[in-house]
Design a protein around this ligand. Sequence first.
Ligand code: 4NP
Length: 158
Amino acid sequence: MIRVLFVCLGNICRSPMAEGLFRDLVVRRGLGEVVHVDSAGTHDYHIGEPPDARARLAMAGHGIDIGGLAGRQVTAADLRDFDYVLAMDRSNLENLQRLAGGGPCAARLFLEFAREAKTREVPDPYYGGPEGFERVYALLEDAAHGLLADIERRLPRT
Ligand code: 4NP
């Protein structure tokens, strides 16, 4: 099993969108039993809450339902348990490094896997309009394909 955790600030916008998008890609690729996908926030503001309505709407527009997800906060154990810990922006990454307490931390920016995007950070859409969520979707989709290719290189050939 390969474990992938997406991390943002609140776990109600970017990272649950990434979780839903990447899980959909993985399942369509026939890897649903091989790749475990999850998401979490660095902060505790929205624990137990479903994704933001604007995030749900943007995902629904792409045929993906994320209404069943619930916010949770990232833990130090997550940093050990997941093979990929993928931060949405540099602030999230710094928070993860702090959580690791100076020990080794494999967290990195998700957009390192992007092929088209010029930026390495997924902008926080929380205080903006719906177009911000579409921009987030496009960035996530770009990096998701690169991540899937990276994972497939690690899997034994069948
Ligand atoms: P996210 O967006 O990190 O993509 O889930 C945010 C969600 C909530 C807040 C900020 C960003 N907040 O300040 O509550």
